[in-house]
Every structure is written in structure tokens, then in C-alpha cells.
Design a protein around this ligand. Structure first.
Ligand code: SF4
Length: 90
């Protein structure tokens, strides 16, 4: 998948003081044990993590193209090891 495309969004109208853009580093949840959670109930949804290198690449593209104050990961769940790898690239 390519990096997210925010070209058609009037980003200056969406945010207050900080421009925050969102990125997904995975789809689904690797844990799937929380009884209250609807993600774990989605049949056929298996955890699909992206490579840390891809996540960092997309963060870099978003940062250079849209110049946000913050790029945040909006994953349902992301593993500690993936976060450590992402941090090692930054
Ligand atoms: S997505 Fe979050 S709340 Fe849902 S099962 Fe996974 S860890 Fe629990």
C-alpha cells in the first residue's frame, strides 16, 4: 500500500493548534483477548502488521509532504517489538 493521501483534505480546517495526521502500522489485533472489544469479534480479521521499515517510510513521506506537527499511529494493537524497531529508525 502507498502512504496515506491527504491531498483532498482541507487540513487547515481540521485541526486546532496542532496538525495531527494518522497512519496505520497494522490491521486487526495480535492479542484478541479483551472481552469488551469488537475488533476481536470480526470474523476473518487476522492481525496483519506492516514492516517497521514501511511504517517509517510512510511517516517520512507524510512529514515531508504535509508538514504535520504529529504523525500518530492509530493501530488497534501494535507489538512492543515493532515499536522498538520503528524507534530505531527514527
Ligand atoms: S484491539 Fe485492543 S482491546 Fe481489542 S482485543 Fe486487541 S488489545 Fe484488546
Amino acid at each position: 500500500m502507498p502512504p496515506p493521501d491527504f491531498d483532498d483534505y482541507p487540513l487547515d480546517k481540521y485541526y486546532g493548534r496542532e496538525k495531527k495526521l494518522t497512519l496505520l502500522g497494522s490491521w486487526g489485533c495480535y492479542w484478541g483477548e479483551c472481552s469488551f472489544c469488537n475488533v476481536r469479534r470480526l470474523e476473518g480479521v487476522r492481525y496483519k502488521p506492516r514492516k517497521p521499515e514501511q511504517i517509517v517510510h510512510d511517516m517520512t513521506v507524510i512529514k515531508e509532504k504535509y508538514k504535520p506537527d504529529i504523525v500518530r499511529l492509530a493501530d488497534n494493537a501494535i507489538s512492543f517489538s515493532t515499536m522498538v524497531k520503528i524507534a530505531s529508525f527514527l
